[in-house]
Ligand binder design. Structure first.
Ligand SMILES: C[S@@+](CC[C@H](N)C(=O)[O-])C[C@H]1O[C@@H](n2cnc3c(N)ncnc32)[C@H](O)[C@@H]1O
Length: 260
């Protein structure tokens, strides 16, 4: 199914779905915090205006404010429900039309969010437009065809219930994954450096996996009864897995881009 604007807004009406997806990465080895990796790529000091576009729960915003007290870090998100816990300054706005003049910001972030934007070239051009010459734009996304065993488990249980046109794992992000992102960024930026962080997630119990799947509910065009049956199937499958293994393992690669 296509991931439309409505599905995205529903999924991010509140922070719960995103938090369920973030939580599973606490089991990642080597331990990896994408916020650490991102702040490393910015200048150490001297930042003025910083825009965290698609800020979500504000994890990048919070860290940047702590590290750069001299900067004005604004959390920008299309969904007001995501920003409720983030301290001011926050702004409800769409990445395709940022309410800032040209050359306004020293740094702009778009972390794990461009795949949700219906017009990605327009959003990338906006990131470039509001950035000062010499400023830094940081972007992150997921690797293409990643998360092997998670993806296979989902496809097994969902395909049975939804048929071949049902929700494919990863389909929500493939318009901006590690295969498609570089060309989209190079269309607006002169320089795009790539930083790949590979790891393995070893989950010790079914609950975080089922919570991750449950967070995809708004992207599946099926009633709650069908979706609940998919989750029950996944739970049965995982019970079988954990009867024989201590952990459920899958690969995970996060990709960061530093654009100038
Ligand atoms: C996967 S979350 C990432 C949140 C945060 N950047 C992080 O990495 O923790 C995607 C966020 O982008 C926001 N978003 C989706 N489409 C957007 C758009 N067109 N403009 C601005 N924000 C958008 C969502 O509301 C959500 O908070």
């Amino acid at each position: 199914m296509a991931i439309d604007g409505k599905g995205v807004m529903e999924n991010y009406a509140h922070t719960g779905n995103l938090q369920s997806r973030i939580d599973i990465y606490r089991y990642r080895t080597p331990a990896f915090d994408p916020v650490d990796a991102a702040v490393e790529l910015l200048p150490r000091s001297g930042l003025g205006l910083v825009l965290d576009v698609g800020a979500g729960t504000g994890r990048y915003t919070h860290r940047l404010r702590a590290l750069h007290p001299e900067a004005a870090v604004v959390a920008v998100d299309r969904s007001p429900g995501m920003l409720t816990e983030v301290e001011a300054p926050v702004m409800t706005a769409d990445a395709r039309s940022l309410p800032y003049p040209d050359d306004a910001a020293d740094a702009v972030l778009a972390m794990h969010m461009l795949y949700h934007v219906p017009d990605i070239p327009k959003a990338v051009a906006e990131l470039r437009r509001v950035l000062k010459p010499g400023g830094t734009c940081l972007v992150s996304t997921n690797a293409a065809r990643d998360m092997g065993a998670m993806s296979q488990l989902w496809e097994r249980v969902a395909r049975e219930a939804l048929g071949p046109d049902g929700y494919r794992f990863g389909s929500a992000i493939e318009n901006f994954d590690s295969d498609s992102a570089p060309a989209l960024l190079r269309a607006s930026f002169d320089s795009v450096e790539v930083f790949r962080h590979q790891g393995t997630v070893a989950v010790p119990e079914p609950a975080p996996i089922l919570a991750f799947f449950d967070s995809l509910r708004t992207w599946v065009s099926a009633g709650d009864d069908v979706f609940d049956a998919i989750l029950e199937d996944a739970a049965r499958d995982l019970d079988g897995h954990f009867a024989e293994h201590a952990t459920f393992d899958f690969p995970k690669t996060t990709v960061l881009y530093r654009c100038k």
